[in-house]
Design a protein around this ligand. Structure first.
Ligand code: 4AD
Ligand code: MG
Length: 460
């Protein structure tokens, strides 16, 4: 590659008068009488670089090539900009059209709807909004590793192919090498002896179960990886391939875990404010969501804690607002969750102690015998961001729970054994990476924070 300058550095670091070479894509171009202007982005930052070309120095053909979408190389000198839009610009001495973009380039200057942009996932990445989102996606990933590394957590890698449905919701994608149009059978049933793993296997819906033994050996661990759910919900908050952060901590109870979640999110918000100033300012202006206020909420105010029972009471008082009526015993629908965080508590709220029967088998039973030591962290607009719990570490109670839920004991033998020797109280949680990114960007559809989203019925 020919040495060149990132536009980010040209805008922030290169001295006035220095010679630079930039490569990038033309956002907009305008032909004046004596000079042509082109606004160029190379993806390195939110701001575009304004390039000024003296028409006398360039032939009309190459200037015509300066069309929206074209890939170009520009060499020139950094000068102070007379315009108010940007502090500096480049006066071009050389222009090369590397990859022309004829007029049918779909991303012309006009504003496009998010729905339209979703039909061109390979090109929408070059727009201002998606540039901001995917740079922020990067910084968010790094912030996550920073936070846990600084606190003595180990980054661990449990398998993505698994034999268990950790959440018990039956939303798994099956992994098989059997030919679906000629499945081998034995006594009328699928003969899994002939399948790749000689048994039924799935893509992981949560790596929690395999992460627990790592915590019970290394103390504090976390995962950050892809998660797959054949979720039947076709909503703005559900993807079938998304990323989850799953920390697991030995000797933490639920309350310790909630404290960690709050510190984690506070750290993330400050880190992002610091690193993504221009992106946040851009999104605050372009997306209808008061993005900046969201950061204030995350960094300045403590999260509320409310029990599930109290939350049901508050929902019941407003039950005529909802499509589905809240009732004690069931989970919340996303309209309930957003109402609780948005209207009732006016900010992030930890709802704790859900009815045990509505939650997976691994959650620790509370002394009341009815509820589990668990929490969902609910955010305004986005709903559930985090699901976490203290794990059932008591061997007899865990076995009873597995029994009563009709789960195949053999599948979980290794999991139960971690309670047979040196069992210890421990807790953990799962944070939906894209849902947090939605909140931090103000983007209201999960499909727009994932480069090539996979959702129910759709794989572009
Ligand atoms: O609440 P969930 O199902 O929790 C678990 O899987 C636990 N085993 C985690 C743990 O304790 N280690 O999922 C955790 C989070 C949700 O709160 C949500 O933010 C996100 O994962 N999530 C999804 N995000 C996008 N699309 C989906 N289909 C999601 N399903 C869950
Ligand atoms: Mg959940």
């Amino acid at each position: 590659m020919i040495p060149h300058d990132d536009i980010r550095d040209v805008l922030n670091e290169s001295g006035i008068g220095s010679d630079v070479t930039v490569y990038g894509w033309v956002r907009t171009a305008r032909m004046g009488k004596n000079v042509a202007f082109a606004s160029i982005s190379d993806g390195s930052c939110q701001e575009n670089l304004q390039v000024v070309l003296n028409r006398k120095s360039f032939d009309d053909d190459s200037l015509k090539g300066l069309a929206t979408g074209a890939a170009v190389r520009v060499c020139g000198t950094v000068v102070e900009s007379p315009g108010r839009e940007q502090p500096r610009e480049v006066h071009a001495e050389e222009l090369e059209i590397i990859g022309p973009a004829p007029e049918d380039y779909p991303l012309q200057k006009k504003k496009h709807t998010m729905e339209f942009l979703r039909t061109i996932p390979h090109l929408r990445l070059r727009s201002g909004i998606f540039g901001a989102v995917f740079r922020m996606r990067h910084h968010l990933s790094i912030a996550i590793h920073r936070f846990f590394d600084e606190r003595g957590f180990f980054y661990v890698h449990p398998p993505l192919i698994t034999a268990s449905d950790a959440e018990g919701a039956g939303e798994t994608f099956q992994v098989t090498s059997l030919p679906l149009d000629a499945v081998p059978k034995r006594d009328g049933e699928v003969d899994y002896e002939q399948d790749y793993f000689r048994r039924k296997a799935f893509l992981s819906v949560s790596v929690q179960l395999e992460t627990e033994p790592l915590a019970l050996a290394l103390g504090k661990v976390y995962t950050f990886g892809p998660t797959f759910r054949a979720d039947p919900s076709d909503t703005r908050w559900h993807a079938s391939e998304f990323w989850m952060i799953e920390p697991e901590m030995a000797f933490y109870d639920l309350s310790d875990s909630m404290e960690l979640i709050e510190q984690f999110i506070g750290f993330i918000a400050s880190y992002m404010l610091d690193r993504c100033r221009d992106e946040i300012a851009f999104l605050d202006e372009r997306v209808d969501a008061d993005v900046r206020d969201r950061y204030r909420m995350l960094t300045e105010e403590p999260f509320v804690r409310a029990s599930y029972t109290e939350a049901v009471e508050r929902l019941t008082e407003a039950s005529n607002r909802f499509e589905t009526r809240p009732r004690w015993g069931g989970g919340f629908s996303s309209e309930h969750e957003r109402y609780l965080a948005g209207e009732v508590y006016g900010g992030p709220v930890f709802v704790t102690d859900y009815p045990a029967q509505a939650k997976p088998f691994y959650m620790r039973l509370n002394d009341d015998g009815k509820t589990a030591a668990c929490t969902d962290l609910l955010f305004p607009e986005v709903g559930e961001i985090v699901g976490g719990s203290q794990r059932e570490e008591r061997l007899d109670l865990l076995q009873e729970r597995i029994e009563s839920m009709g789960i195949d004991r053999e599948d979980y033998r290794w999991y139960v054994e971690t309670r047979r020797w040196g069992t210890a109280p421990h807790s953990g949680f799962g944070l939906g990476f894209e849902r947090l990114l939605m909140y931090l960007t103000g983007i209201d559809n999960i499909r727009d924070v994932i480069p090539f989203p996979r959702t129910l019925g759709r794989m572009v």
